[in-house]
Design a protein around this ligand. Structure first.
Ligand code: HEC
Length: 158
């Protein structure tokens, strides 16, 4: 059937496949070991510089401080400018749909003086005319919209 040369090539190919699958299994096992090690890492082992690390005790002080560091992490990830660029810039940089432009400082100064920062923040949250509620940032909290409006209007809360 097969010539001798062909036969030895078939055998070599077979050995190669066996070799590869052994190597693959070893690699998969080491990845699994790593994943297991990661899963076994105790939750809450991360602590902020300058803060006493939680000892894992169930004291109320311990859980309160871990709550604080979670809140700090969440606010660190939020950026008023980043949110503005992502959600608001397409209208407020261009003036699309008659949106007041961010670079129109005169408009914002007059508008904040006339209506007050709280009112225009509220309008941004609920939406007004062609301005969609929350500027379409569904995940933004009221507080975060407030920060983005301050970035947009150049006005800061007192
Ligand atoms: C689809 C376009 C569009 C997007 C996206 C958009 N806006 Fe607007 N925005 C408008 C328009 C149009 C107005 C003017 C509404 C009016 O007064 O008639 C406006 C007005 C505003 C005002 C002024 C409200 C007032 O009372 O004067 C604020 C503040 C504002 N937007 C904030 C935001 C923020 C913050 C975002 C992003 C999170 C955003 N907008 C995204 C179109 C948009």
């Amino acid at each position: 059937m097969f010539s001798k040369g062909m036969q030895s090539r078939v055998i070599k190919l077979g050995l190669l496949i066996v070799g590869l699958s052994v190597a693959g299994a070893a690699l998969a096992q080491s990845v699994r070991d790593q994943q297991i090690a990661e899963r076994l890492t105790p939750v809450g082992s991360v602590c902020l510089a300058g803060e006493a690390c939680a000892t894992g005790g169930s004291s109320s002080a311990g859980s309160a401080s871990s709550g604080t560091s979670m809140a700090q992490t969440a606010s660190a990830e939020f950026s008023a400018q980043g949110t503005y660029e992502q959600y608001c810039a397409m209208c407020h940089n261009t003036g699309m749909a008659n949106a007041p432009r961010r670079d129109d400082a005169a408009h914002w100064t007059a508008r904040v003086a006339e209506a007050g920062l709280a009112t225009i923040i509220n309008n941004a949250i609920t939406g007004v005319n062609a301005m969609p509620p929350r500027g379409m940032c569904a995940t933004c909290t009221d507080e975060q919209i407030g920060e983005v409006v301050q970035y947009l209007s150049g006005a800061s809360a007192q």
